[in-house]
Design a binder for this molecule. Structure first.
Ligand code: GEK
Length: 243
């Protein structure tokens, strides 16, 4: 089935409501995220490569805020170790229903256990790899340290967290440039000025970006020995944090 084109914000509305991951978003999600997040496809592929590098036989990986499971499926396709398990969690019932409906177990590949839950509440343990791909930005800032500390505790020695986020910048000129370049990216992907502006309004109080330095300091506070950027494209970056 071809993913539907995202035109959710193509028509003017008097009051833009807060963005949420409902059935309408699920219908267009692959198109939306590909045309909105610079480097998304590259990141998804590389998550699979890193998961293969870090996951031993009988290993366990988590994909937290899995949406339709792109990162889980990339890990499943690329992990070569035997008898591995991927636990994929999202709190949007519409996302999880769609992922479950399309999921097919693959012979001799890691299994994917798909769960509908709030990632702040789940129990986690014995993890080799934890993926939080563009999801921390939707968690209230006050909850982020406790959430990352739980991830740290759940990782085995030598385990890793892959954390991708939209960033903001302390220097106003840098902030303006990076925002303008992101909007230029979206325009080049076919979004109109109206779509870009209404989506920005919808996300305003929902997606809360922080600076790279804030993320790195918090990861260190949560216990990680180091957290470095392995990929960045305008105001979007992915870090790998080592236990
Ligand atoms: C991908 N990782 O394709 N608990 C569980 N899920 C949550 C929570 C929460 N508290 N808050 C938000 N979500 C995916 C893309 S999208 C990013 C991730 C984006 C979920 C939410 O339901 C949504 O599916 C996901 O986090 C964020 O690699 O749309 O920009």
């Amino acid at each position: 089935m071809l993913p539907k084109k995202d035109s959710l914000y193509a028509h003017p509305v008097t009051q833009v409501s807060n963005f949420c991951f409902d059935a309408a978003v699920v219908q267009v999600f692959p198109d939306m995220i590909n045309r909105s997040v610079p480097g998304y496809t590259t990141i998804i592929h590389a998550i699979g490569l890193m998961a293969d590098y870090y996951t031993p036989a009988n290993g366990r990986c988590y994909d937290l805020g899995c949406s339709l499971g792109a990162a889980s499926l990339s890990m499943q396709a690329q992990i070569s170790a035997s008898d591995c398990q991927i636990i994929a969690v999202d709190n949007s019932p519409a996302m999880i229903a769609q992922f479950q409906q399309h999921y097919r177990p693959q012979p001799n590949k890691a299994t994917i256990d798909i769960q509908c839950a709030d990632i702040r509440d789940i129990d986690m343990s014995q993890a080799s790899v934890v993926v939080v791909n563009f999801t921390l930005q939707f968690i209230p800032i006050a909850d982020r340290l406790a959430f990352l500390s739980k991830i740290y505790q759940s990782l085995l020695p030598g385990g890793v967290l892959i954390l991708s986020e939209k960033l903001c910048f302390t220097d106003p000129q840098q902030q303006q440039l990076q925002t303008d370049m992101h909007h230029a990216f979206k325009k080049a992907q076919g979004y109109s000025a109206l779509e870009i502006s209404q989506k920005r309004q919808a996300l305003e109080n929902v997606l809360l970006p922080e600076t790279l330095q804030t993320h790195q300091a918090r990861l260190q506070q949560a216990g990680f020995r180091s957290a470095e950027v392995w990929f960045a494209y305008f105001n979007f970056a992915s870090l790998i944090a080592l236990k």
